[in-house]
Write a protein that binds this ligand. Structure first.
Ligand code: HEC
Ligand SMILES: [Cu+2]
Length: 319
């Protein structure tokens, strides 16, 4: 498709999809605008005062025209709906093999954490041609991660994980904005996304920063916070072992429940288990775990989750 100069660059697969929908809608609008305007002008000239035209017996119904103006727009609307919805689903469902980067929004910056351990502020480096998924949360108010060149925007909410994904198709540097007013320095909450050749990206990953993976950092934190005192093999309190929990179905009791029901142990579940352990009690255990609400930040929680995920996957792989 041609590059309309008023548009931001198109640098991801999703950007092409979104623009395609946009141009289709635009085309329909221009077509009807043209049709109505030209009929309007034609009738204006043809039936202006003083012209000799037949004005007797104006028709008051015409079944063909009436059916046409109901059926044709209906078909066009349904086609646009199907097109837009399919693009919507593609934009919201990340492919399973996506490279996951964690994002924490706080006034007034985005902190980004790569699984290999490297951390960035207001900058995101990604390789070209590989789907990237952002798992995001806010430490304070609502922020929004917006990259116009990728045509993607997603809110970061306090207390809830949200995701966004894209597959970059063009090497370069692109604007990143916070697109949700979040206070005094909202307008400064911006940065850049760098799309790099895979080899350059590997080199970038190795230079500087910590080479300790997120899961390893989580393991250190798990020990520093004495989680293992209860969750380890030589436990003082009876607590579930966390190996293989991630991704499994856990039977839990919520307040007032008589029978347990199963919940998926995902990011949300692990985070809630640490911050609000009393909310969902693992069936067969006492509610003895203290809340870490005032002690662990969102960054710490992401590390712990990465660690618990890593020991979970280890067990899966061993099976
Ligand atoms: C005083 C002992 C104790 C400590 C310390 C403790 N926990 Fe727990 N934890 C428990 C018990 C008991 C349960 C099961 C009952 C429940 O769900 O609250 C549990 C449940 C959990 C669950 C849900 C497990 C499942 O099988 O679904 C997770 C995840 C978890 N803890 C993580 C942690 C992390 C991370 C830390 C350290 C920051 C920690 N716990 C510290 C006692 C503890
Ligand atoms: Cu913001």
């Amino acid at each position: 498709m041609w590059n309309f100069p008023l548009f931001p660059e198109r640098a991801s697969t999703g950007a092409h999809d979104v623009d395609f929908v946009f141009f289709c809608v635009m085309l329909v609008i221009l077509f009807f605008l043209g049709l109505i305007l030209s009929l309007f002008v034609t009738f204006l000239i043809r039936y202006r005062r003083g012209t000799k035209v037949n004005r007797s017996e104006p028709p008051d119904t015409n079944l063909k025209i009436e059916v046409a103006w109901v059926v044709i727009p209906l078909i066009i609307s349904i086609l646009l709906y199907v097109l837009a919805t399919s693009v919507f689903f593609r934009l919201y469902r990340a492919p399973g093999d996506a490279y996951v980067v964690n994002v924490v929004g706080k006034r007034w910056m985005f902190t980004l954490q790569h699984p290999e351990g490297k951390r960035e502020i207001n900058e995101l480096h990604v390789p070209i041609g590989r789907p990237v998924q952002l798992q995001m949360i806010s430490q304070d108010v609502i922020h929004s991660f917006f990259v116009p060149a990728f045509r993607t925007k997603q809110d970061l909410l306090p207390g809830r994980y949200t995701t966004l994904w894209f597959e970059p198709t063009k090497v370069g540097k692109y604007h990143l904005f916070c697109a949700e007013y979040c206070g005094t320095n909202h307008s400064r909450m911006a940065g850049s996304v760098y799309v790099m050749e895979p080899a350059d990206y590997e080199r970038w990953l190795e230079v500087g920063g910590s080479n300790i993976t997120l899961a390893k950092q989580g393991e250190a934190l798990f020990q520093a916070r004495h989680c293992g005192g209860c969750h380890g093999p030589s436990q003082a309190v009876r607590a579930p072992l966390l190996d293989g929990v991630y991704g499994s179905q856990v039977p839990v009791l919520r307040e007032g429940d008589k029978v347990p029901h199963f919940v998926a142990a995902d990011q949300r579940y692990i985070r809630d288990s640490i911050l609000e352990p009393k909310k969902e009690i693992v069936a067969g255990y006492e509610p003895l775990m203290p809340s870490y609400r005032d002690q662990l930040g969102e960054d710490d929680l992401l590390k712990l989750i990465a660690y618990i995920k890593s020991i979970g996957l280890g067990k899966e792989a061993a099976r």
